[in-house]
Write a protein that binds this ligand. Structure first.
Ligand code: AMP
Length: 249
C-alpha cells in the first residue's frame, strides 16, 4: 500500500514571527525554517504504518521554493522512501496545493494521503478538506488514532465535544492532530541515508495545475498589545470590578 504525505516548509515554531515593515506579509528572510510540526506527525504515522507491515511505500511531497528540498530530506530521514518537490516561487494558497496534490494522486494512486491538520504559518486548515473534495474521497480530519486493515481505516478524531471514531473506505484522506504520535528524532545515519534517496523535481505546469493565487492579501498587522493585568485583594473586589468596571457580569 502506497501512502502520500505532504510536508510544508514553514517558519520554525520557536521563532517569534515578525510582520514585514511594509505590512505585505510575515518576515521570512534570515528566519529559521522547519517542517510544519503537524506534517512531522504525518510522516511519523506513515512510518509507523510501514513498520507495522501495513504500508509498503511512503512518498513525501512538498510544494514551494527549491529550499523545500531540505524539508523533504528531513521527511526522507524520518523514513519516507522517496520525495517529490513541486517547485514554484508563486505564493501557494491551500486550493493551489490541494490541486497539486490531486494531480499527484492521479499520477501515484496512493491508498492514503496524510496531511497536517493545519500549517502553522497560514493556519488555514483547508488543504486536506479541499483535496478530499477534489478527489471525492472520504476524509478523517484531526486524527488522534489511526488503524488500517482490510481496505479500511478506522480513525479517532478530536472534535469539540471529545473524541469521535469513524471508519473510512480507502482510498482516503487523513489529517493529523497533535496527539496522534510523538515524532522520532532524526538520527545522523538516517540523515546520511536520506541523501541517497530519490527526490524528483516537478513544475506545476507538468501537472497541468494553475497555481495563481485566488485570494489577495490586503494587509498584515501585528495583533494589538495586551494591557497588563491587575491584582485584586479578594473575591469581593474581583466581583465588584467585573460588575462595575468591566461590566461583564
Ligand atoms: P493548511 O490548509 O495551509 O493549514 O495546511 C494543511 C496541510 O496541508 C499542511 O499541514 C500540509 O500537510 C499541507 N500543505 C499545505 N501547504 C503545503 C505545501 N506548500 N507543500 C506541502 N504540503 C502543504
Amino acid at each position: 500500500m502506497k501512502v502520500l504525505v505532504s510536508v510544508k516548509r514553514v517558519v520554525d515554531y520557536n521563532v517569534k514571527v515578525r510582520v514585514k515593515a511594509d505590512g505585505t506579509g510575515v518576515e521570512t528572510a534570515n528566519v529559521k525554517m522547519s517542517m510544519n510540526p503537524f506534517d512531522e506527525i504525518a510522516i511519523e504515522e506513515a512510518v509507523r504504518l510501514k513498520e507495522a507491515g501495513v504500508v509498503t511505500e511512503i512518498v513525501a511531497v512538498s510544494a514551494g521554493l527549491l529550499a523545500c528540498q531540505e524539508t523533504l530530506r528531513t521527511a526522507l530521514a524520518i523514513g519516507a522512501d522517496r520525495a517529490i518537490l513541486v517547485e514554484t516561487d508563486v505564493e501557494l494558497q491551500p486550493l493551489a496545493v490541494a490541486k497539486l496534490l490531486k494531480a499527484l494522486c492521479d499520477k501515484e494512486s496512493p491508498q492514503i494521503v496524510i496531511l497536517g491538520k493545519q500549517a502553522i504559518d497560514d493556519d488555514a486548515n483547508q488543504t486536506g478538506q479541499m483535496l478530499a473534495a477534489l478527489l471525492k474521497w472520504p476524509q478523517a480530519t484531526f486524527a488522534s488514532k489511526v488503524k488500517v486493515e482490510n481496505g479500511k481505516a478506522t480513525v479517532t478524531r478530536e472534535v469539540d465535544g471529545g473524541l469521535e471514531t469513524i471508519a473510512l473506505k480507502l482510498p482516503a484522506i487523513i489529517t493529523t492532530d497533535l496527539r496522534l504520535n510523538e515524532p522520532r528524532y532524526v538520527t545522523l545515519p538516517n540523515i546520511m541515508k536520506a541523501k541517497k534517496k530519490a527526490l524528483e523535481n516537478l513544475k506545476p505546469d507538468a501537472l497541468g495545475v494553475d497555481v495563481k493565487p485566488r485570494l489577495q492579501v490586503l494587509k498584515v498587522v501585528e495583533p494589538a498589545k495586551r494591557k497588563a493585568g491587575i491584582k485584586v485583594p479578594d473575591a469581593k473586589t474581583l466581583v465588584e470590578k467585573l460588575r462595575n468596571e468591566a461590566k461583564v457580569i
